[in-house]
Design a protein around this ligand. Structure first.
Ligand code: AMP
Length: 195
């Protein structure tokens, strides 16, 4: 199996690049943000609870997202691999993901971290807010999300660097250019697996 974590700050292009990855490698794309927004739209209890955190730009509690992620993996026993987009976001989630994959005799193959500076991130998110009307793409929430990213999520880079799995890629440039760099890194891992 090929299991890719696509990592980066909000607005770094994780969702867009995940769609390309999914198409090229035939993987199942799991975005915890999309799953939570679907729960919100369906007005489930989980969705109503999550909304309080999302509108504040805070993280939904670990046990909730970890449970959701494990259920999604279980629902896809035939998968050739997964793209984890927006998960893990805390060290506890990173450790849980390793444990869950271990239960299936699997592991993370590669972690792609998309690097984009704050000014550009804020710019992109404000534009997305205008286009898509996402309730969390406003200046105040964007600022909290960036703070949360640097405080709670970015430390995971060290966790994956220690495992030798982290590849940092510039998230600036055209979607195609960025994807070419990502595919090069993924192909290298695929080739190593075959050896
Ligand atoms: P995203 O679409 O990935 O930017 O996620 C939107 C919002 O959903 C985040 O700001 C969080 O409030 C929540 N969320 C998504 N994924 C996670 C996660 N792995 N852990 C906690 N909260 C999450």
């Amino acid at each position: 199996m090929l299991n890719v974590v696509i990592f980066g700050a909000p607005g770094s292009g994780k969702g867009t690049q995940s769609i390309h990855l999914k198409d090229k490698y035939g993987l199942i794309h799991i975005s915890t943000g999309d799953l939570l927004r679907a729960e919100m739209a369906a007005k489930t209890d989980l969705g109503k609870m999550a909304e309080n955190y999302i509108v504040e730009g805070q993280l939904v509690p670990d046990e909730v997202v970890i449970g959701m992620l494990e259920d999604t993996i279980k629902k896809n026993p035939e998968a050739k691999g997964f793209i984890f987009d927006g998960f893990p976001r805390t060290l506890a989630q990173g450790e849980a993901l390793d444990e869950i994959l271990k239960k299936f005799g699997q592991e993370i193959s590669i972690v792609i971290s998309l690097e984009v500076d704050d000014e550009e991130l804020i710019d992109r998110l404000l534009k997305r807010g205008e286009l898509m009307g996402r309730s969390d793409d406003n200046r105040e929430t964007i600022e909290s999300r960036l703070k949360v990213y640097y405080n709670q999520t970015a430390p995971l880079k060290e966790f994956y660097a220690e495992q030798g799995k982290l590849v940092e890629i510039s998230g600036k440039g055209s979607i195609e250019e960025i994807f070419a760099s990502i595919a090069e890194a993924v192909d290298k891992v695929v080739a190593e697996k075959k050896e």
